[in-house]
Design a protein around this ligand. Structure first.
Ligand code: HMG
Ligand code: MG
Length: 287
């Protein structure tokens, strides 16, 4: 098994979408530009969703227009429907991500539709993306537990992951949305998913509410996964619970992987600068 591990930086999207209040576009652009010097190959920077649902991402086109694109870095955006895909394409996102859920309750809460209905929206996105030669990444939320439906059966995750792959997603990121999973539950879930997809087409996306995200990453490494999503400075968290943890912090994941002998190819000084900037942005926002 390879000792190279890729960290996908998702802070400018998954982190900032959860921050309370409005963050100036220029500050988001500055954060992305700092992250562009760290050595990531993929940074998720935007989300073309309804601004009524997620006002924090309303300036996504401006963010993509304002950043200095570094060579070798792909700048990604979320798209929930064809309209979002067209906006991402117009803003020159390098790839898009569609996002489904393994539970009906979360699908309804997040996308206002059932799982089947969400796939009816994803299919034309994937067709249009293929035409435009844009890679599509897929997310599955609530891979171990759903806030509305309770524990998620591993087979439900495997089914949704397989449907995303069948639509043409080059990779499926498994979202532990609540951040409360145990490594045992993660291992059980992965066993079911790996019966459908190879580890090389999977990523782990762990939130860190219970402080077990690194242990969960270890469980996923044991299962063969080599791509993990993370947010510099641990950006994110619940707007209704100030201080609650969001995505696992990129700098913590990088240090953890380095200690275990994995290569991430990231410049640790540049990452520390980006993490400091992310934390300062969050402090200013909450001051
Ligand atoms: P809806 O209300 O069912 O859809 O929302 P609609 O078609 O009736 O549209 C409602 C309004 O949104 C209309 O505007 C549309 O024009 C507009 P109005 O007439 O009310 O003024 N609209 C759009 N505006 C901009 N861009 C668009 C767009 N589409 C419609 N693309 C919809 C359906 C999908 C739009 C809504 O549910 C939505 O925006 N959901 C997004 C929720 C979201 O962004 N969640 C966070 C990201 S997922 C995540 O964080 C999990 C992840 O990190 C993995 C993990 O941790 O688990 C990925
Ligand atoms: Mg997330």
């Amino acid at each position: 098994m390879s000792h190279a591990v890729e960290i996908v930086e998702v802070g400018p999207r998954d982190g900032l979408q959860n921050e309370p209040g409005v963050i100036a576009t220029a500050r988001k652009v500055a954060l992305v530009d700092t992250l562009s010097r760290v050595g990531f190959r993929r940074i998720e920077v935007a989300s073309f969703v309804s601004p009524k649902w997620v006002p924090q991402m309303a300036d996504s086109a401006e963010v993509l227009a304002g950043i200095a694109r570094a060579p070798g870095v792909r700048y990604g955006a979320l798209a929930p429907n064809l309209r979002g895909f067209e906006a991402a394409l117009a803003a020159q996102a390098d790839e898009v991500a569609i996002f489904g859920a393994a539970s009906e309750g979360f699908s309804q809460a997040n996308l206002n539709c059932s799982i089947d209905e969400s796939f009816a929206r994803f299919a034309p996105i994937c067709a249009a993306a293929a035409e435009a030669a844009l890679p599509v990444r897929g997310y599955v939320s609530c891979v171990t537990e759903c806030p509305y439906d309770g524990p998620t059966p591993p087979e439900a995750v495997a089914r949704v992951a397989a449907r995303l792959r069948a639509l043409g997603c080059y990779e499926v990121s498994l979202g532990e949305t609540l951040g409360r999973a145990t490594p045992r539950a993660v291992a059980r879930m992965l066993e079911a998913v790996l019966a459908e997809l190879p580890a090389a087409e999977l990523a782990g996306h762990f939130h860190d509410t219970a402080g077990r995200a690194l242990a969960n990453i270890d469980a996923a490494l044991d299962a063969g996964l080599r791509v993990f999503d993370a947010s510099a400075g641990g950006l994110g968290g619940c707007p209704y619970a100030p201080g609650a943890a969001g995505n696992v912090a990129t700098e913590a994941v990088a240090a953890h992987l380095a200690a275990a002998g994995y290569e991430t190819g990231l410049d640790r000084d540049a990452l520390d600068r980006a993490a400091q900037m992310a934390r300062a942005l969050r402090r200013k926002e909450r001051a």
